[in-house]
Design a protein around this ligand. Structure first.
Ligand SMILES: [Fe+2]
Length: 196
């Protein structure tokens, strides 16, 4: 049984980020809120779905279960994304530096940026619990391509809605601005939590 979920509040610090207009962030937050509402709507419909008509080509069960992954992906990805922004001026801590394994921060950022230019939806930096390493991977939608038993430490939204209003088609400039506003302290907390 899926319990209803509640949207997290928008952090005040996100409304004054360098390069990001208040309106763009507020509109983005509305989209996140929309995913929360749709998740709850789908969860509610699943309570009474007709199991006897399940079919892989089309069935209510198939549609609901598929779109549930899109909705919850939208919720989780945006929660990570909003959590690790709003930290302009923060600097990467020792732990964050030590786990990067990319030589230096600039090389790490370069791979994230390139991955962001190659992605259609998301970039994640995640810890693989099975192999004990961190990696950078991409998704083309909220629900592609998950990697099992890995915990994202940060998420970078590369959907056009994340940057078009402030950066036009210049996704690279948006990713540069993303890094200027990253909250390294929050990432440090996430790295510490992963290691437990
Ligand atoms: Fe988004």
């Amino acid at each position: 049984m899926l319990n209803p979920i509640v949207a997290k509040p928008l952090k005040e610090s996100l409304l004054s980020m360098k390069g990001f207009s208040k309106r763009a962030v507020e509109e983005h937050y509305k989209l996140y809120n929309g995913y929360v509402k749709k998740y709850n709507e789908i969860a509610d419909k699943l309570k009474n779905v007709d199991l006897s008509s399940a079919n892989q080509t089309y069935s209510d069960l198939r549609s609901l279960k598929t779109e549930l992954t899109f909705a919850i992906g939208g919720v989780k990805n945006h929660e990570i994304y909003f959590d690790i922004l709003g930290g302009a001026g923060s600097t990467p801590g020792e732990m964050t530096r030590s786990i990067q394994g990319w030589g230096n921060l600039d090389e790490f950022k370069a791979e994230v940026k390139a991955t962001g230019l190659a992605a259609r939806g998301w970039v994640w930096f995640a810890y693989d619990h099975d192999r004990d390493f961190y990696f950078i991977y991409l998704g083309d939608a909220q629900n592609t391509y998950p990697v099992w038993n890995a915990t994202p430490v940060f998420a970078l939204d590369t959907y056009e809605h994340a940057y078009w209003m402030d950066f036009g088609s210049d996704r690279g400039a948006y990713i540069d601005a993303f890094f200027e506003n990253v909250d390294w302290n929050e990432i440090e907390n996430r790295v510490a939590a992963v290691k437990k």
